[in-house]
Design a protein around this ligand. Sequence first.
Ligand SMILES: [Zn+2]
Ligand SMILES: [Zn+2]
Length: 384
Amino acid sequence: MWNRKSILPIVLVVLLVSVVFGAKVAYAQQPNGIAVHELLRGSQPNYIDIPSVDGNVVLKCDFHIHTVFSDGLVWPTFRVEEAWRDGLDAIAITDHIEEHPSKKFVGGDQNSSYEVALQEAKNRNILLIHGAEITRGQEGHYNALFLTDANALNPKDFFEAVKAAAAQGAFIFWNHPFSLRPPEQSPWCEIQEKLLAEKLLHGIEVFNGEEWYPDALQWAQKRNLTVFANTDIHGIVSEKYDLTQRHRPMTLVFAKAKTEEDLHEALRAGRTVAWFGDQLAGKQEHLTALVRACLEWEVVPEGDGSKFRVTVRNLSDIPFVIESKEAKMRGRVYLGPKDSASHVLPFKPSGDVLITNAYVGRNECLAVNLVKSSPDAAETPRSQ
Ligand SMILES: [Zn+2]
Ligand SMILES: [Zn+2]
């Protein structure tokens, strides 16, 4: 006979086996932890297709971003993940030199956000540009890119801070130029003249966050400044922008290759276009080159040759609104990403069009002839 003491371990073992076995049976019948995939957002990057422009790759960039290392709300590696998801090639984290409200809890210095994000950027093939935002008083806010040590931008005097950035070979651009001055005053004043004279100002935001500045585009044209569109994001990109409808605002850079050196060279040469919502803004030559790379124009005779079928194809993910400049042909065509439109006309169209969502001046849209973008452009006369 077994006494109670000797039975107890056997009972425990039997109980344990039955629990484990029972759990296995339950798992087979009703598994737990099944991912409900329809609830999840895709983890694939949202690739943005833009053909090369004059032999240059078109890099999609955001050069104005904040993290918890200034007054932003997110960790630096999250910015890299966002950029990767949004199809960007390059970003600059540009935390304020002067403002770091959570420093007590986060610590670090002016280089920390770059250092924290760098490996994640390498893992995801994002060019991470070492940047900072110089945020003083009435002088305005300026981003410095391609820094080697953002801690050196600490001098109290504004011009000394900008000179310290320039001494590192930094590219410097003016942020949200209309945010500090009252509306009755032009923000362009002696400060910008002095910066220009000392070669300390190289670019300007024509778009920031949700604001577009047509006057800044005029200044960029006149003073030969590189144009930018940036998010200046402090919170979460997908919470601020409806990414199901449009891409986040970005600067398109026409670079020889996707390297930091080529990106820097392209910014110095001014080869950029600002893209925000369904609109583009930039200098005439760069917008012309972009539009010709993206739009394919084809004219084919129909029937007895008195009619012509004209087809416009959008090879890119950028939307274009096209208006013919010919008196006989009125109306606008919206060409969404990879869209095409085709019409039969009783005359041979010249290819002279306005791109009404591409701005080259305050109230001026891009006028361009599309014939050269066609493969048989050489045989096609420019006008009839
Ligand atoms: Zn700012
Ligand atoms: Zn900012």
